[in-house]
Design a binder for this molecule. Structure first.
Ligand code: PBG
Ligand code: ZN
Length: 327
């Protein structure tokens, strides 16, 4: 640390002009680290706006390619797919149907963009089960070990369709290990796993459940998603997923969890992602709509804070608009 102090030292010298400020900037947002979540709904004829997420839409099989094309043109070359099936059942069959909505979308996108696009997929059951929980249910309890082979089937079906990275989000113990093993056994040794390693039971998922129609029909997700009061446990969850073979880790949500992002990056030095979730997105949109905050600067501030905390990658519904503002 320098011994110089005021008046020899003046911190404001390096804030004097925009170019000097840019010269000394420590953290920079980059389009190539942004991942846009995409909802695609089976049976839709055209895209449909999501009320609680202004500017976001559920894509139809016919519109999703064009939407992803707009992203790619703007330099956002990674998407994570969420499917909404026409039929839900007790065991989430549509989640691992080789002809399911996500599987068909992966095929279409890979045919169109090949390696000009990174396709990530969410591996879970909640959009596909009648009860809306992330695993198989037995007498209103989520059966951990019976869910594991189902999640493996989902992941392998995504890999078969051409996914680059699968992202298990069910918070079922052993899911990363089971999926890694299944991918390897099926010949997909180069398909990577991004573990939703520390996924917290959060009120900030509200708009997403509306968008993806995945609200649980009974109870809540607190027997599998983490209690947000446990930062040490979050680090244990992450350590376990790394041990089970995760290639990348994710912390979710992002903004109320930047302490976890910071500690995880410092401790594990893994490729680290943070999920700037639906509720975080919608709060900014709502406040901006009311004229209470400036939308563009608020979004850039939030995304920069996530990066500053240590995230290498950000999953965010702001990806497209942010890409338009970045140079
Ligand atoms: C489903 C899933 C959820 C999100 C991503 N995957 C919702 C949930 O767990 O209820 C939330 C994403 C968001 O809020 O943007 N497993
Ligand atoms: Zn789920």
């Amino acid at each position: 640390m320098t011994q110089v102090s005021f008046p020899a030292l003046r911190m404001r010298r390096l804030r004097r002009t925009p170019l000097i400020r840019e010269l000394v900037r420590e953290v920079r947002l980059d389009r190539s680290n942004l991942i846009q979540p995409i909802f695609v709904e089976e049976g839709l004829k055209t895209e449909v706006g999501i009320l609680s997420m202004p500017g976001q839409r559920r894509q139809s099989p016919g519109t999703v390619g064009r939407e992803v094309g707009r992203l790619v043109d703007k330099g956002v070359k990674s998407v994570i797919l969420f499917g909404i099936p026409t039929v839900k059942d007790e065991i989430g069959s549509a989640a691992y149907d080789p002809n399911g909505i996500v599987q068909r979308t992966i095929c279409d996108l890979k045919a169109r963009f090949d390696d000009e696009l990174v396709v990530l997929t969410d591996v879970c059951m909640c959009q596909y089960t009648i009860h809306g929980h992330c695993g198989l249910v037995n007498e209103e309890r989520i059966d951990n070990d019976k869910t594991l082979p189902k999640l493996a089937e989902v992941a392998v079906s995504h890999a078969q369709a051409g996914a680059d990275i699968v992202a298990p989000s069910a918070m079922i113990d052993g899911q990363v290990k089971t999926i890694r093993q299944a991918l390897d056994d099926s010949g997909f040794k180069d398909v990577a796993v991004m573990a939703y390693a520390a996924k917290h039971a959060s009120s900030f998922f509200g708009p997403f459940r509306d968008a993806a129609s995945s609200t649980p029909k009974f109870g809540d997700r607190r027997t599998y998603q983490m209690d947000y009061s446990n930062p040490e446990q979050a680090l244990r969850e992450i350590a376990l997923d790394i041990k089970e073979g995760a290639d990348m880790i994710m912390i979710k949500p992002a903004l109320a969890y930047l302490d976890i992002v910071y500690r995880a990056k410092k401790r594990f030095q893994m490729p680290t992602a943070a999920y700037n979730v639906s509720g975080e997105f919608s709060m900014i949109k709502a406040a901006a709509r009311e004229g209470w905050i400036d939308e563009k600067s608020a979004i850039l501030e939030v995304l920069t804070s996530i990066k500053r905390a240590g995230a290498d990658m950000i999953l965010t519904y702001h990806a497209l608009e942010a890409a338009e503002w970045l140079d």
